[in-house]
Design a protein around this ligand. Structure first.
Ligand SMILES: Cc1cc2nc3c(=O)[nH]c(=O)nc-3n(C[C@H](O)[C@H](O)[C@H](O)COP(=O)(O)O)c2cc1C
Length: 154
């Protein structure tokens, strides 16, 4: 059984909810999922215990929230090279459909360029906050987590 970390920052709870649903999806694939707020990860070295990591944050001002930026930069000192990396988060509006202005795309890019993680084939996962607590939103999160679990074990 593989072990997947889902580490997130969430101000109003939408990205937190996505984290729980994604974890359920990983478990549906038969693997272990651990969900943590980034603020509860005191020593980023603990991330080396996992086979794959999925990081979540909402989009704030077309960017990452500062706590996630700081966390990822601290985590860059830890060797995560070759581990599978995914990203997710809630948002409210599209800017001319430029998904590179959403937090998950920014995280995904950092994971590849700075952490040398292996990019998860489904890419970054954005969900409008109005969909998070719908059955469609929950299933989309389950699917992302399940596919991540299946990939990490292949
Ligand atoms: C300060 C601030 C800036 C925001 N900027 C954006 C933005 O640029 N684009 C966007 O789509 N949503 C933006 N939002 C909306 C959040 O991304 C959205 O409400 C999200 O669901 C919050 O996630 P959370 O519940 O995990 O904190 C912003 C929200 C806040 C509080």
């Amino acid at each position: 059984m593989k072990k997947v970390l889902i580490a997130y920052f969430s101000l109003a709870g939408m990205t937190a909810k996505m984290a729980e649903y994604i974890a359920e999806g990983v478990r549906l694939s038969g693997h272990e999922a651990v969900v943590k707020k980034i603020g509860d990860i005191k020593d980023t070295a603990e991330m080396t215990e996992y086979d794959g990591c999925i990081f979540g944050a909402p989009t704030f001002s077309l960017d990452l929230p500062k706590p996630m930026k700081t966390f990822l930069s601290t985590a860059a000192k830890v060797n995560l090279e070759g581990k599978l990396g995914g990203a997710f988060g809630a948002y409210t509006h599209d800017v001319a459909y430029r998904h590179d202005t959403h937090a998950p795309a920014i995280i995904f890019d950092i994971l590849q360029k700075e952490h040398k993680m292996e990019p998860f084939a489904l890419g970054p996962f954005n969900l409008p906050e109005t969909k998070v607590e719908t059955s469609e939103g929950m299933h989309a999160c389950h699917d992302y987590g399940k596919a991540f679990g299946e990939t990490v074990s292949s």
